[in-house]
Design a protein around this ligand. Sequence first.
Ligand SMILES: [Zn+2]
Length: 205
Amino acid sequence: MGELDAAVTRAEDNFVVLDGTCFFPQGGGQAGDTGEISGSKIVDTLSDGEEICHITEGAAPFKPGQLVHGAIDWQRRYRIMRLHSASHLVYYVMQEVFGDSCRPASSGMLDDVKDRSDYLFDEPLDRGRLALVEDRVNHLIANGLPITHSLEPGSKERLLWRVAPFPAMACGGTHVRNTAEIGRVSLRRGSKPGRGRERIELTLA
Ligand SMILES: [Zn+2]
């Protein structure tokens, strides 16, 4: 899983672009893939407009037209998929538990270990209620709910992510197919990112 055979379309100092790839670029709250392409270590994947740039550890030893074989570090990617999928559940349950006093501000994954989301809060974060969010998210995960994708009506490329009973959410990231794949998660309050804001850190247990 997560392997590719492709041709090089562009190679620069420290990155290579292919005519097709399964490497997911950093963005939408998800970390970029790592892995290897024809013996060269890929340390990150970034998108630049239409192009997906595979960042090499040293100079990129590729030539345009060269055929290459590559593979994602699948274990890492799978942890990212679990973490990213869990972050959607946390988003919904935060609204359920804290209501209108809490509004999402930004979210993003640092790596395959931790996801952090910032929320605007009208009142100090109640740790007891955060523990409730963690319990509820773990309950949803344990229920083994199917995760589905569909195209947004009227769009040819915008993807919607959905896990019942929650409304669909636009997301082009990578997700597991069932919440049970996520396994238990932990939530903790991170260092305060600013006045009126709280940071919630999510890790796989
Ligand atoms: Zn997503």
